[in-house]
Design a protein around this ligand. Structure first.
Ligand code: UDP
Length: 239
């Protein structure tokens, strides 16, 4: 039987930096990186146009130093630079297995990658290249969740996929509460009203206002990304 076609034509995958860390307490686990790259390659081969946003939490989070007295804006710029490192690592892992990619940074650094140019990013997608958006929105006081939502809207994505270490959105933290149940679907309003903390409220409301569904799934399982795009497996849809 032919495999089910992916439900979406163009998607943005947001991965937190912590996913890349694997079981380490800091940095990048190369096994995890390679596994993520091969899952992404599998999706690209089906013809889905893909953009990526990776967080920086495995290296640096602005709020942590700001909490210890550093000026918040400076700490946030350090966080944005951490996301550039992750973007370059993923780019290298993808190109090693033959996936064409471009990194575009919201903070121009021309020796390292392209600057963010909307029309150029769209062209890359049309040509089947994976576009990795780095440095968030290039502005402090934001997170990469909000950056992912903004880029998903700007790129005209059909869905924003949030790849985490949990396989969806639960009524409570499934790691702490055995009675926690997973939602199959949720409305944006429910996420905001119940303060479910799937993504930042600004990211959720941006997706609500632009009618882009958010799909929350576990990126830790091998092959799950493509399965979820086909509507198979376990995930929560917010629409
Ligand atoms: N950041 C920022 N503006 C942005 C995106 C990110 O200031 O548009 C900074 C912020 O300090 C944040 C850090 O970059 O803590 C890393 O991103 P994030 O915490 O979202 O990473 P994740 O939790 O997804 O790994």
């Amino acid at each position: 039987m032919p495999a089910t076609q992916p439900r979406y034509k163009r998607v943005l995958l947001k991965m937190s930096g912590e996913v890349l860390m694997g079981d380490q307490s800091f940095g990048i686990d190369t096994d995890v990186l390679e596994r993520a790259a091969s899952d992404i390659a599998e999706v690209v081969q089906t013809g889905v146009q893909l953009c990526l946003v990776i967080g920086g939490g495995n290296i640096f989070r602005g709020i942590s130093l700001a909490g210890r007295g550093m000026e918040r804006a400076s700490a946030d710029y350090m966080g944005m630079l951490a996301t550039v490192m992750n973007a370059l690592a993923l780019q290298a892992a993808l190109e090693k297995i033959g996936v064409y990619t471009r990194v575009q940074s919201a903070i121009p650094m021309q020796e390292v990658c392209e600057p963010y140019i909307r029309r150029r990013a769209l062209r890359h997608l049309e040509k089947g290249r994976v576009v990795i958006f780095a440095a968030g929105l290039g502005a402090p006081y934001f997170t990469t969740d909000t950056a992912a939502a903004q880029r998903a809207a700007e790129m005209g994505c059909d869905a924003l996929l949030k790849g985490t270490s949990v396989d969806g959105v639960y009524t409570a933290d499934p790691k702490k509460d055995a009675k926690a149940e997973r939602y199959q679907t949720l409305s944006y309003q429910e996420v905001l009203a119940k303060d479910l903390r799937v993504m930042d409220t600004s990211a959720v409301s941006l997706m609500r206002d632009n009618h882009v569904p958010i799909v929350v799934f576990s990126i830790r399982e091998r092959g799950n990304f493509l399965k979820v795009l086909r509507g198979e497996g376990v995930f929560t849809t917010i629409a």
